[in-house]
Design a protein around this ligand. Structure first.
Ligand code: PCA
Length: 321
């Protein structure tokens, strides 16, 4: 029987097409991150649907390229595909960063409407660089991690505050905190060495980085719902056989739908993990919300003043103008 099974396995292996292709896929995020679980499932689906003609190898936690280099690595075809935090491209065009504007879209429904308005615009911008978006998945709403409860925005003044994009850097500056750029994978070390004292991120990243080792309070300010994006090099995609292209697009659609559902389930589950590790789960005071909203309003004015026409069109479409 064993021999038969081995022979069968070999037989299956031999059906792999002679022109099988392997794609390396970098992501900044670690194996336990739900986004990484989702893109590994995407890779498995592509492999199964193409009978092994296209195999995607996910390289997690910035192991293949640092986060800031992934987009250009795909653009220059050092890798055909990659995942990154969409708003990190806001220095190219503010259209990429609109999902990180505080209190513009704070629920999944609003985030989905914002993505519907943003997608055609960034698809065009990425096409100018030979890139094509495959799918985009949000992180859960972003919350505040501090030592002790924060009664109002003034209590953030002077804190070394972790930032992951330009919007969060601006936010921290307007709160008179001191922003420090730190990748998700480096959060524990940054807290441990005193580089940072507070942060805003999802319960996913809070729990994955064992926030309870460094801070005792999570405040559910749910201020924005930022997204990751998976992009492919268009020439690499066009070089695939038509049936393989179709399989990639279908698996991408499924990954986007599945990822949004995974994200929705994460928030509650990971807040529970933080509570189980002794963290206080707080709701923001009215004064804190008012102060945060004032910063958000200021940031949106700054955004409008600097936005391209393409970026402004996203806001207009989202706000139904
Ligand atoms: N986690 C990532 C991006 C947003 C999030 O929830 C991070 O903190 O870097």
């Amino acid at each position: 029987m064993k021999r038969l099974a081995a022979a069968f396995a070999l037989g299956v292996g031999l059906t792999t097409p002679a022109l099988a292709e392997t794609w390396d896929m970098p992501t900044p995020y670690g194996d336990a991150t739900f986004h990484t679980v989702n893109i590994r499932q995407f890779a498995d689906d592509v492999k199964a649907a193409t009978n092994g003609a296209l195999e995607i190898n996910v390289h997690s936690a910035g192991s293949l390229f640092p986060h800031g280099e992934i987009k250009n690595a795909v653009r220059s075809r050092q890798v055909p595909i990659g995942e990154f935090f969409l708003s990190t491209l806001s220095n190219e065009d503010l259209a990429f960063g609109i999902d990180s504007q505080p209190f513009l879209a704070t629920s999944y429904d609003d985030a989905a409407r914002l993505w519907a308005a943003q997608k055609p615009v960034i698809t065009e911008l990425l096409a100018e660089q030979g890139l094509m978006p495959l799918f985009s998945v949000p992180w859960p709403p972003q919350g505040l991690y501090t030592n002790g409860e924060i009664p109002d925005v003034e209590a953030l003044a002077g804190l070394r505050f972790r930032a992951y994009n330009a919007a969060l850097e601006e936010f921290a500056t307007l709160a008179r905190a001191a922003p420090v750029q730190v990748e998700a994978a480096d959060i524990p070390q940054a807290f441990a060495t005193g580089q940072i004292q507070a942060m805003i991120t999802s319960p996913s990243t809070g729990a994955n980085s064992k926030a309870w080792d460094f801070v005792d309070t999570y405040t559910a300010i749910n201020a924005w719902v930022p997204k990751n994006i998976v992009v492919v090099n268009k020439r690499a995609f066009d070089a695939l056989p038509a049936d393989v292209q179709d399989a990639v697009l279908k698996a991408a659609d499924e990954a986007e739908a599945r990822g949004w559902e995974m994200s929705k389930a994460e928030s509650e589950a990971k807040i529970k993990v933080m509570a189980e590790h002794g963290m206080t789960i707080a709701q923001p005071s009215e004064a804190l919300v008012a102060g945060l909203k004032a910063i958000g309003a200021q940031m949106l004015e700054n955004w409008k003043a600097n936005a391209s026409d393409a970026a402004k069109a996203i806001l207009a479409a989202y706000q139904g103008q």
